[in-house]
Design a protein around this ligand. Structure first.
Ligand code: ZN
Length: 142
């Protein structure tokens, strides 16, 4: 990793799924997991409404567009519903953004931004990651 210490990404934090109708999708996933989402949250800056489910140690995030200009609306228009991104937990998002840029990845944000579920987040363009939108997220310490 060319001069960087390894093990900067801890685990898959969650998998994001784009849905057309969050309420309907919540019902489906509540049935699937046998329990309701532990959190629902609208992120105004991203124009998304989200809900989060816990499955053992893993999390699933459902995302619905809350405005027509939302990236989720555009995604569903192009590709339909489905897996939208994979999020990895990192200890230090600013350092990781520097590392990612140095490694040639296209980092979509200049600064980490406030995401859902008490996280600072940034995204890597799928063009630079074999077609997968990648989210890096760091828990905001309380
Ligand atoms: Zn996410």
């Amino acid at each position: 990793m060319r001069g960087f210490l390894f093990e900067k990404m801890n685990k898959i934090e969650h998998i994001g799924i784009a849905v057309k109708d969050l309420e309907a999708a919540n019902e489906v996933y509540t049935k699937l997991f046998g329990k309701p989402p532990y959190k629902t949250e609208t992120v105004e800056s991203e124009n998304v409404s989200t809900s989060f489910f816990k499955v053992g140690e893993s999390k699933i995030e459902l995302l619905e567009a809350s405005a027509p200009e939302s990236a989720i609306a555009k995604y569903i228009e192009r590709k339909g519903e489905g897996i939208h991104h994979i999020a990895y937990a990192v200890d230090d998002i600013k350092l990781e953004m520097i590392r990612m840029k140095a490694e040639g990845f296209i980092v979509l944000n200049d600064e980490p931004k406030k995401g859902a579920d008490n996280k600072l987040v940034c995204f890597l363009h799928p063009k630079s990651t074999n077609g997968v939108l990648i989210e890096l997220c760091q828990e905001i310490s309380k």
